[in-house]
Design a binder for this molecule. Sequence first.
Ligand SMILES: NC(=O)c1ccc[n+]([C@@H]2O[C@H](COP(=O)([O-])OP(=O)(O)OC[C@H]3O[C@@H](n4cnc5c(N)ncnc54)[C@H](O)[C@@H]3O)[C@@H](O)[C@H]2O)c1
Length: 370
Amino acid sequence: MNPLRIAIVGAGDFAHEHARSITALPQFARLVAVVDPTQERARAFCAAHAVPAAYADTTTMLRAEQPDVVAICSPPHTHAPLTIEALRAGAHVVCEKPLVLSLAELDEIAAVEGETGRTCIGVFQWRYGAASHLRNLMSEFGQPRLAICNTLWYRGANYYAAAPWRARWETSGGGVAMTMGIHAMDMVLWLMGEWDDVSAITASLGQALEIDALALAQVRFASGALGSFNNSTLSPRQESYVRLDFDHITLELTHLYRYVNEDWRFYIQPDVPPSSPLVSRLQAWRKKPHTLPAEIATQWRSNLEMLQSGQRSNVLWSVRPTYEFLAALYKSAATGQPVKRGTILPGDPFYASMRGNTPDAQASGNPSIR
Ligand SMILES: NC(=O)c1ccc[n+]([C@@H]2O[C@H](COP(=O)([O-])OP(=O)(O)OC[C@H]3O[C@@H](n4cnc5c(N)ncnc54)[C@H](O)[C@@H]3O)[C@@H](O)[C@H]2O)c1
């Protein structure tokens, strides 16, 4: 097996996590280049991770290096155009969240995947590690009833000053829901099954004056279960918390940015007999010595194994429900109406942008779409 040749696009803060993850997997991959318009950053990145080549733009890099995989770690508004360019140049893509700023962009990437036969993978590292084991046990849990999903984080002036793209709709694609709560909401949506409709309110307060700093959503799942999702960048005591109630079990996860198996707690309904397969399967899962943390390195390991094996599961399709959910959340907050799944279609302003960029939306005075 030849290691895949990977180029990283964007040499900012989080790209270092990707570089460390990739260089720790030399059997699967090696870094061949980095791209950043800020040349000092690109050069420092090369020195830090022993990357042989630095480029100022992606087009030149793709032509010169012809990498097998491009890892996109630049700001969100660049994700879709760079992904499409890399796919057309014959590379697979692993792109940071948010993969796209709209459903229109997601569907365009899907079409280019179809044309090129290359694969685009969106980063959602909380699906990896324990959540993937839990998903395999779901059939033992009984009916899902309730999901609580809190991303209560704090982001002060320094966070936005360090990278001004973070505070602007045009460059970040949204606020706390789109760029922070997205991790936990994606994991919960992925575990709970199809969602049916969402009602949301958002507010732009504090440092994030243009984008949402608070985004609260109530969700109905196709199973009949309900969900309550709370996202904040205004919470000094930070916490990421998920609680899932099924007929036979309550699962809880408390952490901040990265969890391990032991961060999940479970409470089995007392009527469940100790001899039940649910009990033995949960005990077996707890004892698994090889279970990896939910972090970028674990996602890379899994993605590279998939790419090396030649498998092409439709990973892009698997993230669409989350981006459709985000579009519905922002549309509900802007219109004051619940939004049903499957109703944001081409021609709807919220298909083209999470902000619903129409003159009406801009003029409506709704604080969530200011
Ligand atoms: N998965 C996670 O847990 C996680 C955590 C943090 C950040 N992120 C995501 O990672 C991405 C980068 O975030 P960050 O905090 O590292 O940002 P950053 O501002 O620190 O870094 C972005 C870098 O991209 C470069 N850049 C800008 N335009 C470019 C272009 N067209 N081509 C190549 N490089 C370009 C900038 O010069 C900068 O060096 C964002 O999408 C963010 O949402 C993900």
